[in-house]
Write a protein that binds this ligand. Structure first.
Ligand SMILES: NC(=O)c1ccc[n+]([C@@H]2O[C@H](COP(=O)([O-])OP(=O)(O)OC[C@H]3O[C@@H](n4cnc5c(N)ncnc54)[C@H](OP(=O)(O)O)[C@@H]3O)[C@@H](O)[C@H]2O)c1
Length: 328
């Protein structure tokens, strides 16, 4: 497992981390046994970064993390959680001191710690990024010791560029994968210039880029790949990276030919992301131990050749860009 520096902080983290949405909810049935086995496999494989949120299974994900980490003892990985999505309605007015402190207190309890390593605003309304007073509240909470650092999870490149204008934003979480290439155009350069950590989510386009999904695949009713395919519950970009299902499948068939011997398509997709040095950590979601172990192994794959990178870009330009490029 390779390590990368986490932005301005003195900490290094594994370049592949663990996305803990699956062990919370919204991905069909994931048993407690599988959830804990996935986490343990991730940590045994050298992952030192976990991404969760207070809303993943309404605290289920955070509580599994607390349980597993307690049983394992030291050293502890970095655990990043998120706040804001418990607001209903999800409005900028809700991002106030009282609510944020309440969300953070609840995550402290769920994660069974005195201080959160990293709290990310959870894709807040864009107006939140125009309220310096909100970031002043986060500075106060940080001074109180309840959080060690804060960052922002965003939908769009423009939101990322705006968020890093706040000097104490240490990290940005954004979608970047073979089907979502625009962050590399400008945002990554700016993040590197300011030494802001880049956390890459949805690296497998919700599983599409694993190559195992077909036109016949069916998902459980409580899996967002059923209930959010057209953005019914949250931003459609979070489901299959916002790529129309059929277009995604067509591109996957072409990408299949580029996968190097000895790697799975999922591992190829993760290694493709790591080819960009602006990326700090990639956080594929895993629903079981086998997926977590396979994802960890992507860190050690040989670099992807320049020729293959060009071929992957050509597939994106021809089949995918028109659906997503200017949108996020
Ligand atoms: N707004 C936000 O801040 C936000 C939004 C979305 C995600 N996230 C974070 O980002 C993480 C990653 O994104 P994501 O989970 O949405 O999407 P993802 O990582 O692109 O896709 C995860 C899915 O890919 C499949 N998969 C994973 N590893 C595999 C392997 N080794 N081989 C074959 N298939 C594999 C699994 O599908 P099956 O379930 O079909 O097996 C899994 O559920 C989340 O867990 C969460 O921590 C944050």
């Amino acid at each position: 497992m390779r390590l990368r520096p986490f932005g301005r902080s003195p900490v290094n983290v594994s370049d592949i981390g663990f996305g803990a949405w699956q062990i919370g909810g919204a991905w069909g049935d994931v048993s407690a046994e599988d959830a804990k086995a996935a986490l343990n496999a991730a940590l045994d494989s050298g992952m030192t970064f976990i991404d969760t949120a207070d809303v993943y299974g309404d605290g289920r994900s955070e509580k599994f993390i607390a349980e597993v980490l307690k049983a394992r003892g030291r050293p502890r990985p970095i655990v990043a959680t998120k706040a804001g999505r418990r607001l209903n309605p999800h409005t900028v007015e809700g991002y106030n001191r009282k609510n944020l402190e309440g969300f953070i207190d609840r995550s402290l309890k769920n994660l069974a710690v005195d201080s959160l390593d990293l709290v990310q605003l959870h894709c807040p309304p864009v107006e939140a990024l125009y309220r310096p007073e909100l970031f002043a509240v986060l500075d106060d909470i940080r001074k109180s010791g309840k959080i060690k650092a804060y960052g922002v999870s965003v939908e769009k490149v423009e939101e990322a560029l705006k968020a890093i204008e706040f000097p104490n934003v240490v990290s940005i979480q954004i979608i970047y994968n073979i089907f979502r290439q625009r962050p590399a155009d400008l945002f990554f350069r700016e993040a590197q210039r300011r030494k802001v950590a880049v956390i890459v989510r949805v690296p497998l386009a919700s599983g599409l880029l694993s190559g195992k999904i077909t036109a016949e695949s069916r998902f459980a009713p409580d899996d967002h790949r059923t209930f959010n395919r057209h953005g019914e519950a949250f931003d459609v970009g979070e489901t299959f990276a916002g790529v129309p299902f059929e277009a995604g499948l067509q591109a996957v068939e072409e990408l299949r030919k580029l996968v190097p011997a000895g790697a799975t398509m999922a591992q190829f997709a993760l290694r493709w992301i790591l080819m960009n040095e602006a990326v700090t950590v990639v956080i594929p979601g895993a629903r079981n131990a086998e997926q977590a172990r396979a994802n960890a192994a992507a860190s050690d794959l040989a670099p992807i050749t320049a020729e293959t990178l060009v071929a992957a870009r050509e597939i994106y330009d021809r089949l995918i860009a028109k659906h997503v490029h200017q949108r996020w």
